[in-house]
Design a protein around this ligand. Sequence first.
Ligand code: NAD
Length: 485
Amino acid sequence: MDDLIFLVENMSDEFDVIVVGAGPAGYVAAIRAAQNGLKTLCLDNWTNYDGGTALGGTCLNAGCIPSKALLESSELYHRAREEFAVHGISTGEVAIDVAAMQKRKAGIVSQLTGGIAALFKANKVTAMQGTGCFLGGGKVEFTSHDGDKKTLSARHVVLATGSRPVELSAVPFDGETIVDSWGALEFDSVPPRLGVIGGGVIGLELGSVWSRLGSEVTVLEAMDDFLFMADRQVAKDAQRQFKRQGLDIRLGAMVKSANKGKKGVELTYEDKKGSQTVTVDKVVVAVGRHPYTDGLLGEGAGVEMDERGFIKVDDECRTTAPDVWAVGDVVRGPMLAHKGSEEGVMVADLIAGEVSEVNYDVIPSVIYTAPEIAWVGKTEEQATEAGVPYKVGTFSFAANGRAKGMEQAVGMVKMIVSAADDEILGVHIIGPMAGELIGEMVVAMEFSASAEDIQRIIHAHPTLSEAIHEAALAADGRAIHAINK
Ligand code: NAD
């Protein structure tokens, strides 16, 4: 990555825009700003385990991308062992080579992080590896990894420093047996017993990876409700399916301590029955993420934070300091790469004087388990709470020909529709390729589509998307391939 760092001595220190952070929010903001003709600098201090630097932040180096690589490998291994025989395919013994799996993952990560470097070059974004501190008055102090300092200035500053895993004081990370989500993506062998603290998105995705590869996985989740942010009906279905896959999910389990001994790590937790223990070989702590602002703001920055440590912003991502913007995980809203990227685009366009906005009501969520879980808009519970009269259409993948052919005929599509004007309020999918299918519903909701719009759109046969078509029909009791209630 060193060839990317344009030597500071050889360039002017004045920019139109300085972006601090090159994750999906920051690097996208920088590219769009440069596309808008603005002289743009992007600073980033990411350091990998091997000491190397890379663009792309958590998403590319330690989150979305490496986890999806391992989810795919582990799913294929699992299917080869458990499912191929049903198709009449015999393989002999199927084995997993964790080193090869990790090498493939690392290759994908380096291709994509290198891709950002190439995009920066092509768009004439200047990149510098090191830490940025916003001092106020358009000044940013840059400290290189070697400790050299330089003060740079810009008309606009965009803060995009992302988030870091929350550490539990009772279960501190040791980088070896008790790790965060990044550590759990780097295991060099399959832990026989894996404890996952937190049954959220990360806990379920990483728990699935290692469970498919042979770990006995115990998930300890503090809340009584499983996947509290998802639609209840979908969450229940998911819980049933994960249990069937062998994930031991213990709800209402508040972890109190971890003791390392010869037999492994003993986790003590409290649940309704009192104090319980489980002994595991490795522990992943996945209890959420904190906005990351350490050392980001100098005394004169004038950038206010909220009580939870997020940088305060308005709907257009303006901070409390003039011409200072903040985007991505470091500001309110879901910690999702695509939300951050769209905020980055919006801010870069607003700086260039264009009209731009993000529709926070239509942000898709995807959990990349098998089956996948995806949704957009309101859950049924949120519709009830809002007092909106609604109707519901559901359709099961068990009656979808493509899903049957894929040997993945589980789950359903659920559509929540306004009873007053037929507008789609929310769509929830658990099933094969849910994360891809939800795209149609994001487009539909962006255009304020009605259930009737979806009913009248031709969906190719045989495809998984027919389940969406049928769920829209079911909202009016007109599904063709199901008995309407
Ligand atoms: P999360 O908020 O999704 O889940 C954390 C879970 O930990 C919660 O269910 C919480 O109740 C539980 N918890 C908290 N303290 C606990 C304790 N002491 N004992 C037991 N359980 C406890 O957070 P995450 O899974 O760490 O993910 C962090 C962020 O990253 C989220 O905002 C998530 O949306 C995002 N992310 C998204 C994706 C994706 O889009 N597929 C993937 C990974 C991460």
